[in-house]
Design a protein around this ligand. Sequence first.
Ligand code: ATP
Ligand code: TPS
Ligand code: MG
Length: 325
Amino acid sequence: MRIADIGGEFALIERLCAHAPAKHKDLLAGIGDDAAVIGGIQADGSYLLVTTDMLVENSHFKRDWATAEQIGIKSVVCNVSDIAAMGGTPTFMFVSLALPPETQVEWAESLYRGMGRACRRYGVTLAGGDTTHGAAVTISITLLGRVVPENLCLRSHARPGDLLCVTGPVGTAAAGLAMMSAGLETPDQLKEKHLTPGCRLDVGPAIAPLAHAMIDISDGLAAEVNHICKQSKTGAEIVAADIPLHPLAVEAARQTGKDPLAFALSGGEDFELLFSITPQDRQQLERRGIDVVTVGKVADAAAGILLRLPDGKCQVLAGGYNHFS
Ligand SMILES: Nc1ncnc2c1ncn2[C@@H]1O[C@H](COP(=O)(O)OP(=O)(O)OP(=O)(O)O)[C@@H](O)[C@H]1O
Ligand SMILES: Cc1ncc(C[n+]2csc(CCOP(=O)(O)O)c2C)c(N)n1
Ligand SMILES: [Mg+2]
């Protein structure tokens, strides 16, 4: 049986994880969130966060499209984004590296120069790792973080009646990737969003005390809404016309013959935050000058997880990036 036959990445994770102990009194959230949450360790009562994210050559980057430094930046950012999604701040990083034996030392050093830049930007300290040889460049980062209990945002915390908001445009990175894949002259802003994205640690900690559920958009808006709803046992309605799209992403869709909405729903790697929040707290965010966009609402589970199209019709909110489909 192939992995695609059981539904891909997430069905596989579920099957695999059934074979190992995955519950512990101090593990407040484990498999199924952006980071694991471990209590009972830190003297100040904050929780330890642990996340891990891997980039593999040709699956996540191409060495002829991205410089080593850009790959280094992105490898850190995608991990910091997962810590931000929990409402936390990052602390210590471990880097496991597989390199083909012919890799130039200068290339590897540039990779670390990029990581270093991102570490300085997000306040991360390198604390260890592992180095081995392999057929393709593989960078696996484990990042620790901390969060005070009041700021912890789990995917399971959404409640019917909450608004669903995003911190910025979605589909931009996918638009950049689509243009580069098609061999088209790609605007710098789109290239940058795909090759060296930032993440929203700038607003995560301010949103966290007010938000209920939070997740980062790494697999596309549709996938992330479905993750929140599944964990929270709710439904949702997303309004297609309210999803913020970058004008350059709309233009990229036109040039590549694709649908800009598909970039937003299924593209991934935007590293914006998606969160649920009461309408009152949403206003509170606005008063504090935190700019977010409401894209829909959390509903009862019975309502289903829906996308409202511009013509008023609703369809099931499907899509998302899946490594095995
Ligand atoms: N091979 C695995 N073994 C155990 N747990 C896993 C495995 N792969 C993923 N998980 C867990 O499954 C959940 C979903 O993983 P996933 O990598 O999709 O996280 P994400 O934050 O949604 O995406 P991203 O990796 O893009 O940040 C996480 O809680 C993760 O720790
Ligand atoms: C060469 C190349 N091909 C495709 C993509 C797109 N891509 C790869 S992984 C991913 C989602 C998140 O994955 P993960 O769950 O592993 O974090 C996306 C959108 C890319 N960046 N580079
Ligand atoms: Mg995530």
